[in-house]
Write a protein that binds this ligand. Sequence first.
Ligand code: BTN
Length: 233
Amino acid sequence: MSRTGRMMKIELLNEVDSTNLYIKKYVAGSEDVIVCASKQTGGRGTKGRSFFSQEGGVYLSALSFYRDLPAERAFCIMTHAAVAVCRTAERFGVAPEIKWPNDVLVSGRKLCGILIENGISDGKVKYSIVGIGLNAENDLSALNGIAVSLSEAAGRVVPAAAARDGLIENLQKHDSFGEYLSYIRFIGREVTVTEDGRVYRAAARGVLADGRLEIEENGMIRALSAAEISLKI
Ligand code: BTN
């Protein structure tokens, strides 16, 4: 069942270029679908980057259709995906945190990336493709310590199939914006903001429901929509 109570098709693939690309063939229909692959040959990340997608990870795309979701509320799609990943990590004894807006980390290392592609017309989200790459039992040694798998974080093997099944289950559950906020650990702390090439220190005050990050710099409060932030060490 999907979150809307509709039956959901689930397709498992051994190998594909990108599940986000593959699932687009279902956009012409009306059925919610999840596609999951054991590996990707052309995994796509945000900002046109590639995404390391070797066997042992979970590479999943979920296509959902919406009837009446205003485009300005589209951030709830991101929060739902991030919370589903966090709940999945916790199921295996791993404590996740969200790096705003869309990375899930464990002790500062990337556990999961999320790439969302929305189909918007007339100010409404008609459909969304939520692409999730979750490290489960894959060898990440080529990434020089910037990424971590569930297995490494848990200290025991977490099979990719178990992580995939947990993630699919959690994607079909409801959650709240408050739960998303509870995983953002840097709120109230000093962060380094990189914004249009400018790098400065600011206090992270919160994340607004529309997805913007509220910061305070020299007594001025602003909401940022497209900045890269990093935590003070
Ligand atoms: C990022 O961190 O830059 C986002 C990575 C998103 C990767 C997932 S893996 C499943 C889906 N298919 C893709 O090609 N990308 C997303």
